[in-house]
Structures are given as structure tokens and as C-alpha cells.
Ligand binder design. Structure first.
Ligand code: OOG
Ligand code: MG
Length: 260
């Protein structure tokens, strides 16, 4: 049996990502991999991503909606990192060549105009630091077989980060009722999921506050100019090659991905 350490799990997860190889949860081999250890491994994988030249572009939340929590069987929201290597431009297809079993989910995205630092930040204070609100689509990918993981596993795996696309419609946060903002996930013309901003912890600003307060416990803040993906509003859909997935927001436009 392998004896795992934080460093060797970080190495293994980054190798799985680079080699498009999935693996079993670490739970059986390392039951002590809890959320705290998971966040430490996540920090180590970020350190290695930066060392190879990637730049942090922001933060992502995970499991902020009941739909996602129920699907993954974990009801704790997650915080993880976004880098420039994960960013897609309009018209880019899902990078199937780099991903194992990608899924797509609709997210409300904040672009920060001011630095935000916890602890004790309220949703209202968090929203005041937001410059723009946009629609987004996150392409999640797990290094665990069939997306089967514990909370420690998925935190170590940077909360299943893969790629993300941000829509081109930008509004100010006070121009839109974010809790009421609706989205439809359309696969090849068929609506497969519907959700609203209220599905994200009651309001996406609650997710932003949660992220900044949680980051503060690990000595980090959210910087001006960063983007924040507030978490999948609905369950994700498989990015089946040949299909087109559109996250159709009521006011934030369409965010569309060809699945390669
Ligand atoms: C964990 C990542 C969750 C979200 O928005 O809920 C996430 C997963 O579902 O694999 O990004
Ligand atoms: Mg997500």
C-alpha cells in the first residue's frame, strides 16, 4: 500500500491532470485526508502551477447549490483557484484533448473592482467590491474516477478545476436582481436544467462572502481584477463530443461551448 504525503498527492493529482488519467479516491489509502489537509494540498498544487508560469486569475466556489451538493454527495461549499491556463476565449471549444471526462455547469461570475479581505465580510460588503457581473460556464473535470471523491479528495484536486468561459455581457451588480437571474442549460437545443441565482446559497453574493472569509483562514484575499465563479447553479451536463452546450441567462446572455 502506498504511503501518501501532501507532496506526493499533489504530484499524483497534477500527473493525472497532465496525463488525462483518472484514479481512485485517496480515502481508502489515506483516511486522514480531510478538508484541512485537502486545502494544504490544493495550496501546494497552486504553488507548482505558479512555478511553471501560470498566473492566478481568480477563485472558484464549488458545491454552493443543492443541485450540485446532492449530485456529488457533499454538502460543504468548496473554494479553489483559477489560473490563466484554464481560461477559454469566446468560440474556443471544450479542450477535450486536455481533459478526462469534462462536464459543463452554469455560473454567475463576479469581476472584482476592489480587493476584498476577510474575515467578517458580509454579502452586502462583498457585493460592494464587485465591478461587473457576467454569465459563465465552467468546464469541470475530476481526476477521480466517475467524479467519486470525499471532501478532502476534491479540495486537493482544486475542486475539479478544468476550464472556464466568461460571457461577453457585463452588468453592474445593482442593475440586476441576481437572486432572480434565471439560467437554462441547453444541450443541442433541449433545455436540460433550469436554475436561478437564488439557488447559489440564496444569493451569489453569499458565495463571494463565504469565499473571502474562508480564504482569510488560510491567509489569502481576493484581489482587484480577479474573477470569482460563484458555483454551479444547476447540476452539470457531460460535454459529449459533437454536442453544443449553451448556458442561456435571462439578462447575462448566452455562454456557448462546442464540445469538440
Ligand atoms: C466539484 C466542483 C464543484 C461547482 O461549481 O459546484 C464546482 C465537482 O462537482 O466535481 O465547481
Ligand atoms: Mg463550478
Amino acid at each position: 500500500m502506498t504511503t501518501w504525503t501532501e507532496g506526493s498527492v499533489a504530484t499524483e493529482l497534477l500527473a493525472c491532470e497532465a496525463e488525462r488519467r483518472d484514479r481512485d479516491s485517496f480515502a481508502d489509502e489515506w483516511p486522514a485526508l480531510d478538508a484541512t489537509t485537502g486545502y494544504r494540498i490544493q495550496a501546494e498544487t497552486l504553488r507548482r502551477r505558479l512555478e511553471r508560469g501560470e498566473k492566478v486569475t481568480g477563485v472558484k466556489l464549488g458545491l454552493t447549490s443543492r443541485a450540485k451538493q446532492q449530485r456529488m454527495g457533499i454538502d460543504t461549499p468548496l473554494v479553489a483557484w483559477l489560473t490563466d491556463a484554464m481560461a477559454l476565449g469566446a468560440g474556443d471549444p471544450v479542450p477535450q484533448h486536455a481533459l478526462i471526462h469534462p462536464r459543463i455547469e452554469p455560473e454567475i461570475v463576479f469581476v472584482m473592482k476592489e480587493r476584498l479581505e476577510g474575515p467578517g465580510v458580509t454579502a452586502e460588503q462583498a457585493l460592494a467590491a464587485v465591478g461587473e457581473v457576467r454569465g459563465g460556464a465552467e468546464v469541470i473535470d475530476s481526476r477521480y474516477r466517475d467524479f467519486k471523491f470525499t471532501v478532502g479528495d476534491v479540495l486537493a484536486d482544486n475542486a475539479s478545476s478544468g476550464a472556464y468561459l466568461i460571457g461577453d455581457v457585463a452588468v453592474r451588480h445593482d442593475e440586476l436582481d441576481l437572486a432572480a437571474e434565471a439560467v437554462e442549460v441547453v444541450v443541442d437545443g433541449d433545455v436540460v436544467h433550469r436554475a436561478t441565482g437564488a439557488d447559489v446559497l440564496g444569493h451569489p453574493a453569499e458565495a463571494l462572502a463565504l469565499a473571502v472569509n474562508d480564504l482569510a483562514t488560510r491567509g489569502s484575499a481576493i484581489e482587484a481584477g480577479w474573477i470569482v465563479l460563484t458555483g454551479g447553479m444547476s447540476d452539470a451536463v457531460f460535454a459529449t463530443p459533437g454536442s453544443t452546450v449553451t448556458c442561456r441567462f435571462a439578462h447575462l446572455g448566452d455562454v456557448e461551448l462546442e464540445c469538440g
